[in-house]
Unconditional design. Sequence first.
Length: 450
Amino acid sequence: MALALLVSTGVSLADGDRLKPNVILILTDDQGTVDAGCYGAKDLQTPNMDALAARGVRFTQFYAAAPVCSPSRAGLVTGRYPVRAGVSNNVSSTAGVAGMPNSQTTIAETFQAAGYATAHIGKWHLGYSGETMPLAQGFGLSFGHMGGCIDNFSHFFYWQGPNRHDLHKNGVEIQRPGRYFPDLMVEEAGQFIESHREKPFFMYFALNGPHYPYQGDPEWLEHYQDLPYPRNLYAAFLSSIDARIGALLKRVDEAGLRERTIVVFQSDHGHSTEERGHLGGGSAGPYRGAKFSLFEGGIRVPAMISCPAGLPQGVERNQLAHSCDWLPTVAELAGIPLVNPDLDGLSLVSVLKSEDAPTPHTTVHWHVGDKGGQWAVREGDWKLIGNAIDSSGGELTPDDKKLFLSNVVSDPAERHNFAAQQPELVKKLQQAHDTWHATAVATGTAKTSR
């Protein structure tokens, strides 16, 4: 198969549309670090996520670009750290308000330039103005909501008044009252797949779950009724989302396209502990932190990639990887050029091919919010967090909040702050962050150390 040839020899797939692989990028929302059967969850049913892992490569040390929705998505779709993508915090869920600058080059624009049909299905949360909505960012089709979340049946954004309806197709508000949003997503995706069977496509399938409101199928609510609250509600919604992933991939199978379709799966960050998310329900397993936190539980996420025709199957990779890496990785697998090679993400193809390949990263950066916001830098086994937040409820001293140095290999739960014992390392890592951040903000040209 063409993709197998690409992976084994590096041969480009650019010789005709027939050989180009399709790409589907699936993003879940607020899914906990270990919340899938293939990540060790014993109380959850996620057969379709597990099947992706069985047919592909599963990462155990994969990081989101941010611990909150908009900057995480900006990093994913641009291949750049969120600060460099112009999105350092959540953007507005109000119509007419801009978000990620239109000058950024997205993964959709990269594939569109190579002749691919492109589609956004689901959540956007990267801008609600004409110049920052999906059609202006490289997507030929857009269906879904522009803000941070919606009720899955009324399609209203209820969490910041006045309540407002948010369901759009190609930039125009549409009405589908009473229809379950994940089912609408599968329908739109299926129509797109069917109409592009003979032409390669890129699809960004961004689910609105298990983000609150927890609105699982009745059969899953009954299945999990004996789990403690709020795990029961979260689990029911997660299994409902998993079922829609299965329905999406069934459409790919029915079109006869699975063997030449790359499927990428990732959560945007860790699980929510917000009051409107029932104060929890998700799990980070042994890791500290959750959504909004730069401890591992906020940014270490389930992630995998599958293409039966060309990648190893049923294997795991322990190398450090990052959501900005998907853009250069799938572009290399598809044999298409980068429209803008000035990325922070690095191709993972060598890692996919060999468990012995080193991580392409020596240093990785995070920064959330404006100057003075929460930040982190990881170099080797060490991670330094500034202005630390533990959204999982753990206690932090004033010194911990200021600077928290962890060794994520020897102490993956990040229970011990090594800052006082390693002052020179703290100084080095803080300086590395300060230098990088100043350059990223001032010039937009900061790059990851390699």
